[in-house]
Design a protein around this ligand. Structure first.
Ligand SMILES: O=C(O)c1ccc[n+]([C@@H]2O[C@H](COP(=O)([O-])O)[C@@H](O)[C@H]2O)c1
Ligand SMILES: Cc1cc2nc[nH]c2cc1C
Length: 352
């Protein structure tokens, strides 16, 4: 199905089930709202499932969208481009942080090559849907064409729909792309209208000198974009300052919402992508959870612009879906609590 058509068909979560879940929380053996944000999470899961109590999501799937970035030639990351492809190899052989965390929650790990510069060898667990061999350098002009942006979004949407058809009941957004904190900060600055220096982070670890350079590059790309593109023009924004991972993540979010399954956002790449998904489908955000507050400052700015409270704040700056995978355990726990705790009546505990 065409993702842009699907985006228009996304419906909000079931508010009746959401409210019913909130009411059920009050009957459980605990002071009102003693489980805090976990109560909100469980109600949101019930709203998504249209069922109270909802079944606990237990068949998670992590999609790690991988792509390269032409802007790397400006020296905005200390790591060379080939690390993107090398880390894809690491994901496929099970040695990355994401693999370790996914194992704990029996989450399937899928890598989607949406724009890695090097050719990858077809392997089990790898989907090759290369839009191009890396983006163009956004410091010099548009990062991609509008057609490429649309293709990246479609890839992410198709991956989400296929995973749900395969029986996965919660989706996790992950990313891998050396240099991708630069387009992420550009997207946040442009979409939120915040000063670039206030949304730019240190990525994989850059010097303060390099940080100044990163900010200057993003400032110039954002002002180039602002002169001709409107915030509601998602293909315009992506083509001007985005990455293929961002495009795919936009589609992944819409795919989860269209398929009515929850999705856990990870760090600054998925948070910035959610700002774009909101333009195509505002209701799609009702299916999203902010897994964590990344160390990357733009992630925090994006989450607050989205009105989302991150579940964890662990100073993570890894990507890959690592923070979202950790949050999955909390989402599962929250859903279990609503379903399995005794009520005051059942336990013979006096209500206040
Ligand atoms: O998830 C995040 O918020 C995050 C923060 C900093 C770095 N990363 C990861 O590090 C890479 C991008 O960092 P950089 O410095 O090369 O732009 C990319 O592979 C991301 O997955 C991810
Ligand atoms: C080693 C390494 C692992 C990563 N995982 C996600 N982004 C990454 C960036 C680097 C450099």
């Amino acid at each position: 199905m065409d993702v842009f058509e699907a985006a228009k068909l996304v419906v909000g979560i079931d508010t009746k089930s959401f409210e019913e879940a909130k009411a059920r929380q009050l009957t459980l053996t605990k002071p009102p709202y003693a489980l805090g944000a976990l109560e909100d999470v469980a109600a949101q899961i019930c709203g998504i499932a249209s069922l109270v109590p909802a079944r606990t999501p237990s068949r998670g799937a992590l999609a790690i969208f991988a792509g390269d970035h032409g802007v790397l030639e400006e020296g905005i990351s200390p790591w060379p481009m080939e690390v993107t492809a090398q880390m894809v190899g690491n994901f496929l052989s099970g040695g990355a942080a994401a693999n370790v965390l996914a194992k704990r929650t029996s989450t399937k790990v899928l890598v989607v090559d949406v724009g890695v510069a090097l050719d990858l060898v077809p392997t089990e667990g790898l989907i090759i849907q290369k839009v191009a061999k890396g983006t163009s350098n956004l410091a010099k002009g548009a990062a991609m064409t509008r057609e490429q942006a649309a293709k990246a979004i479609q890839v992410g949407f198709d991956v989400a729909c296929d995973l749900v058809l395969d029986g996965h009941d919660i989706l996790i957004a992950g990313d891998m792309g050396i240099g991708n904190t630069t387009p992420s900060a550009a997207i946040v600055a442009f979409m939120v209208g915040a000063p670039v220096a206030s949304v730019t982070g240190y990525g994989t670890g850059i010097s303060s000198e390099l940080f100044e350079k990163k900010v200057a590059i993003i400032e110039s790309a954002v002002s180039r974009t602002a002169s001709s593109i409107d915030r509601s023009d998602v293909l315009g924004v992506l083509s001007s300052i985005g990455g293929f991972e961002h495009g795919a993540t936009v589609g992944f979010i819409i795919g989860a919402a269209f398929s009515k399954v929850p999705l856990v956002l990870d760090g600054v790449i998925s948070n910035s992508s959610a700002l774009l998904a909101r333009e195509l489908s505002p209701l799609s955000l009702q299916y999203c959870f902010a897994g964590h507050a990344s160390r990357e400052v733009g992630a925090k700015v994006a989450n607050s612009a989205l009105g989302m409270e991150p579940l964890l704040n662990l100073d993570l700056a890894l990507g890959e879906g690592s923070g979202a995978l950790l949050a999955l355990g909390l989402i599962q726990g929250a859903t279990d609590l609503l379903a399995d705790m005794a009520t005051f009546d059942q336990a013979g505990v006096t209500e206040k």
